[in-house]
Structures are given as structure tokens and as C-alpha cells.
Design a protein around this ligand. Sequence first.
Ligand code: ZN
Ligand code: ZN
Ligand code: ZN
Length: 375
Amino acid sequence: MTASSLAPFTAADYRVRMARAARAASDAGLAGLLVAPGPDLVWLTGYAPPAATERLTLLVLTPGHDPVLVVPALEAPDAAKASGAPALTLCDWTDGKDPYALTAELLGPTGTFVVSDNAWAMHLLNLQKALPGTSYASFTDALPMLRAVKDGQELELLAAAGAAADAAFEEIRTVRFTGRRESEIAAYLADLLRRFGHSQVDFTIVASGPNGADPHHEAGDRVIEHGDMVVLDFGGLRDGYGSDTSRTVHVGEPTDEERRVHDLVRRAQEAGFRAVRPGAACQEVDRAARAVIEDAGYGEYFIHRTGHGIGVTTHEPPYMIEGEEQPLVPGMCFSVEPGVYLPGRFGVRIEDIVTVTEDGGRRLNGTTREMVIVD
Ligand code: ZN
Ligand code: ZN
Ligand code: ZN
């Protein structure tokens, strides 16, 4: 994640988020939050340190105290430039000093602290050694709603990212597919995402013919032929917020079976979308989409969950999956993306980002979900 892929928020916005996080932790009976570099830190402070930093960098949020960012001295000048920096106290440490002892002083000897899911085990183990009286809970388990429920400004950014991905699809459907490698179409899709404002492209899946039966097939050398189904699934970050959409196109006239399977997935996607309303459990979205595919006899070919959350990353909790009882709340944003994958033959996936409204759901993608025929 580069600085230019960060969202346009102010120190005041980040101050509000950090206060909300500390309050949520204390409401849950927790002693505070320890936030490692990654999406939680970006969301709370706007700070994204270099990816390969093994030195301890940790935001410490404890109820009733000002936020403190423990940061290696050599990174401190960059940290001070982050949009959220004015809302923080920087506490820097130099090589040769013990950053865990420093952090331990900020935490106190006991209590359960929330830790970002992606914090390095090495850092957590060293903190445990420094503070044997403390315990730790995962961010997602302890505070599942904190990043999952988006505010109005975040929703606007997600909608803009969705519209940009849609614009990329409208463009790609006009190009010639026959005789071109998947990788060429993928490269063009990435160009289009950037042209429409993305600063980061996370994936451009182009899965033609039998490759479409592999949901995570990356674009490769296969030359696309007349008669192929082609699964397109692409997204990234625009102004710090994610896009992720899939459409399945056909090169030339499809067979009856191809039409039938595409229509089945379209109806499953519609059913998943219709299940979105406040109070419904995440798993109900999965069940609604899956039921359509199972009733048609294709249940064994729908081999993944129905959806995942999206925000400052393109894949995050909550998950639309059997067993996830988390109720939907207005402002949550996630994908609804059922698929059918017929091994050795073809696949179909249709994916929209959806947000929960007061009385249902709203799609953040608007391109046609009918099968598009390409050349
Ligand atoms: Zn075909
Ligand atoms: Zn996708
Ligand atoms: Zn997705």
C-alpha cells in the first residue's frame, strides 16, 4: 500500500475513529487495542509504514489516554507526515533499545488487549514475555463491527471505486477477445482500472474456457477462442477504498447449457442480494444464493463462500458463509458472488459489492448481470 493509495481523511476524522475504537474496547470489557501495520492502522491513522518493517510499530489505544504510536526512530519522520499524526503521540525507539519494555509501560501489567489480526507473532510473543499478566484477543473476534460498518464518507468512496470498476468493464467488453492471451486482457483491465482512478490493482482474473472452472485462476498464456466463457474478476483500491466485481462474458454465441448456467448464477446472485437486510445473519445471504444453485442440481459445483467484506482492503471480514451468525448492520459492505465451476469445461461467477441500507441492500456495481457477448 503506497501513500497515494490512502483515503482523503483529516486528523479530526482519525481522532474520531481512534476514540470510537478505544470506547468499543472498553465497552467490551477490554483494556485497549494494539494495532500493527496493515489495514487496521491505515483505517485508524492513515499511516502505512513500509511493508518490510520487522521493527516494532504499534498503535496503542487505551481508554482514557491519548493514542500513542510506538515507532522505530528511523520511521518517525514518515509517520509524522501521516494524516492522522496530529491526533497521535509518537513514541520512538532506536535500535539497541527494547521496544517491548517501552510498550509494556504504556499498557500496564494486566488486562486483555485487542490485537490486529495481522500482527506479527514475534511481536506478540515478546509482549507476552514482557507482560505475563496480560492476555490478547483478535480484532475480528473482539470488535467485528468496528471497521465493518462504514460511515457516509466511506460509502461514497466505495461507491466511487465500484463505479470505476464498472467503467473498466464497459470498456473491456468492447475489445476483441478471440485470439488474444488471457494475460493481454488482464493487462488491459489493469490499465483501465488505473485510468479510472485506481492507484492500486489487486487482481485481474481472466479465466477462459476450462480455466474458468478454477475460481482463483490468474490470467495466463491461454489464447482465448471463439466459443469460450470468460470469467473476469478484478479490483483494487481507489482513494484508499476497494473495488471488486466479476462478470462472465461469452465469446460469440453461447450454447443452451452455457446460457442456462449463466442464468442460474445470475438468479443466485439476485437471491443473495435480496436476502440483504438489517438483522439478517451473514449466513442467510450465503444460504439464499446457494439454495438457488442447489435446487438446480449444481450445488457441488459452487465451491466457495458467497461473499466477503470490503473497505480499506479488497477482502476482509465479515464473510457471507455458513456458520457466520453476525447480523447485518446498515453501512456494512461486502460482495455477493456465487459461482458455478464445471471442471474441465467452464465457470461462471457474477459479483457485485452490496451495502446494507435501512430496509435492504444497495448495489455498488451497476453493469448488466445478463450475459454479455464479446467478439
Ligand atoms: Zn461457449
Ligand atoms: Zn472478485
Ligand atoms: Zn470478491
